[in-house]
Design a protein. Structure first.
Length: 200
């Protein structure tokens, strides 16, 4: 039993290590750019071991997507949602996204924004999962906006759906700007995003 647990822990550690490499690769080259051979070389793991861990390419792509989303949740979402008021949570969520991208927590910026573009016209399990994460991000913004209005931290006339739409649009612009080295557009998107969640 103890040896089984040790093997399981070794397997989980190996899987996490491989996914850290795959998320970095895919954030720049896209999920379609992932191959077992490239990943084996970058992670210093035998190609056969990666196949044992994930099975096929789509399983690797899905696991990479989840790993990248989890990285963002831990770095940005969880700390933001731990704050006291909905207005504080909303502002921290917005500021945290821009910091995450600017600091290149993943070299390609926001993984979900890039994956949404990559899979916008590719039906299948990956597109479905990307869309689910997109919906969760939008609903998170909408929920916090509604709560902030109720707490009088945003104007009563605020439309939560419109606010979420605007924030996600600014994120899309900023992610491209960050990748293209356009600091002015990135800064403008960040400032405008913070303005609309701070208005009273």
């Amino acid at each position: 039993m103890v040896e089984t647990d040790r093997r399981r822990l070794r397997g989980e550690k190996a899987r996490a290590g491989v996914l850290a490499h795959s998320a970095r690769i895919a954030s720049v080259e896209g999920l379609e750019g992932l191959t077992f051979g490239r990943l084996a070389t970058e992670a210093g793991v035998a190609k056969g071991n990666i196949q044992v861990l994930f099975g096929d390419k789509e399983a690797l792509q899905l696991a990479t997507l989840e790993s990248a989303v989890d990285l963002y949740r831990v770095a940005v979402v969880a700390p933001a949602l731990a704050l006291a008021s909905p207005g504080e949570r909303l502002r921290a969520l917005v500021a945290g996204w821009f910091q995450f991208v600017q600091e290149r927590s993943l070299p390609g910026g926001c993984f979900l924004t890039a994956a949404s573009s990559e899979y916008r016209s590719r039906p299948g399990a990956i597109r479905d999962r990307v869309n689910q994460h997109r919906n969760e991000a939008r609903e998170r913004f909408e929920t916090l906006a509604r709560e902030a209005v109720a707490a009088k931290e945003l104007p009563a006339a605020t439309d939560p759906a419109r606010l979420a739409f605007d924030l996600l649009a600014y994120q899309a612009i900023a992610n491209v700007a960050a990748s293209m080295g356009d600091a002015a557009q990135f800064t403008m998107a960040r400032e405008r995003s913070l303005e609309i969640v701070s208005a009273k």
